[in-house]
Design a protein around this ligand. Structure first.
Ligand code: SER
Length: 316
């Protein structure tokens, strides 16, 4: 019987992944945790508890007491916020991962760990188009450096101790349930909120800045598929590239006009423009596609239709 621990269950990914995993593994077998309160459906559909992943003693007790077999560690300081407090962000992102890897090494019941990596592992010297799985990686952000170092630690724990860590390099994730916070790809969520709320958006990136994006439902499916594979089917214990759809603010704005003809967008690039310019436009995810026939399902039109419909309902 699997018992699953989610760290960061109140966040953008966690608030959706928790519900999906509860459907698969049974509601009482998915232990949602965060350092802040979670949305009511996360709190009410199964166990929820405040837990700080930085507190390694409480963490290990929690894992032993609840006979946890799988850990999803989703807590992190995102790229924009990390630039404001670089050393604090580094400590949080790295120490939390190290705590998880150590627990997975020490507690025999823990069979698998999921930890998200990001397109932020790439940098300005990486090919901008179809960034390969294995390529030059010179990230220029604290967040990117922490994700790249994290990937290397994941692979190290696999090689050295046999810890089965699995990871995906998520693109920017677009979702309506819980807003991201402090990321460079957040514009692709904010634009829909502001379109529905006020019919206009002030964008912090230039109009033609294309970045890799993905609808949350696709990201959840990719994650669950990866975690359901047999250990022998995983050839990479760093992180797999996964590609969704490459989008610029102008393209999304144009598509929103199908629903809100008067929608207006203005551009005031801030410090996040440099971060965006250091990331690729899309990535080559052949390895993930060959592994489990991964492929995104949501087009821009489907993303926009879903976001506008759901946010209109939510913000009404
Ligand atoms: N969405 C993240 C960010 O913008 C990238 O992984 O920080």
């Amino acid at each position: 019987m699997d018992n699953i621990l989610i760290i960061g269950a109140a966040g953008q990914i966690g608030s959706e992944l928790t519900l999906e995993l509860r459907n698969i593994y049974g509601h009482n077998h998915v232990f949602a945790t965060d350092i802040k309160d979670a949305p009511s459906d996360v709190r009410e559909s199964g166990p929820f508890q405040l837990l700080d992943v930085m507190d390694d003693k409480h963490l290990i007790h929690f894992i032993i007491r609840n006979r946890i077999t799988q850990i999803y560690h989703l807590a992190a300081v995102l790229s924009g916020n990390a630039e404001k407090l670089p050393t604090a962000a580094w400590q949080i992102n790295m120490n939390s991962l190290m705590n998880i890897l150590e627990v997975a090494r020490l507690v025999e019941d823990v069979e698998k760990v999921f930890w998200p990596s990001s397109i932020a592992v790439f940098g300005p010297t990486t090919p901008r188009k179809m960034a390969p799985q294995i390529t030059v990686m010179e990230p220029v952000t604290v967040y990117g450096i922490s994700k790249l170092a994290g990937e290397r630690w994941c692979e190290y724990y696999y090689r050295r101790y046999g810890v089965d860590v699995r990871s995906l390099r998520y693109p920017g994730l677009i979702s309506y349930k819980t807003e991201a916070g402090g990321g460079t790809t957040d514009w692709a969520v904010e634009i829909y909120y502001d379109a529905v709320r006020q019919g206009s958006y002030r964008c912090f990136l230039k109009e033609d800045t294309k970045l890799p994006m993905m609808f949350m439902a696709d990201a959840i499916r990719a994650t669950v598929n990866l975690m359901e594979l047999q250990r022998s089917e995983i050839s990479l214990h760093s992180a797999y590239n996964i590609n969704g759809i490459s989008l610029s603010p102008a393209e999304v704005a144009e598509d929103i006009k199908r629903h809100i003809p008067g929608f207006a967008i203005s551009y005031y690039p801030d410090f996040r423009q440099d971060i965006a310019d250091s990331w690729p436009e899309n990535v080559d995810d052949t390895m993930a596609r060959n592994r489990d026939h991964w492929g995104p399902q949501y087009s821009l039109k489907e993303i926009t239709d879903t976001m506008i419909t759901e946010l209109t309902r939510k913000l009404a």
